[in-house]
Write a protein that binds this ligand. Structure first.
Ligand SMILES: [Zn+2]
Length: 101
């Protein structure tokens, strides 16, 4: 797991090296509920992918299947969304079903 301050090239370099799909990731973690699959939290203004629909938000979470959560205002909300990737990614939902006891 790698987490650091947002708006930081150093953080973004570290999260990329840990497997983050895009630039702008301030936290990347293997999520236990989905069998250790990676989900990241991103700063909208530093995200180097498609930001359409997120311009008015500060953050979102995105699993490494490339599916994004809804936009949120705070880091804490982004991390909460990172735990819920089964709600916005059908592949994560399948992983969740596979790994739940
Ligand atoms: Zn996913």
């Amino acid at each position: 797991m790698t987490t650091g301050p947002g708006h930081s090239d150093d953080t973004y370099k570290r999260t990329k090296s840990q497997g983050a799909l895009n630039w702008g990731c301030f936290s990347i973690k293997q999520r236990r509920l989905i069998g250790g699959y990676l989900v990241g939290c991103y700063v909208v203004e530093d995200f180097d992918g498609d930001r359409s629909g997120y311009e008015h938000w500060n953050y979102f979470a995105m699993c490494n299947h490339g599916n994004k959560s809804s936009g949120v205002d705070t880091r804490k909300d982004a991390i909460d969304q990172a735990k819920m990737s089964m709600d916005y990614c059908s592949t994560c939902a399948s992983l969740f079903e596979l790994h739940k006891k």
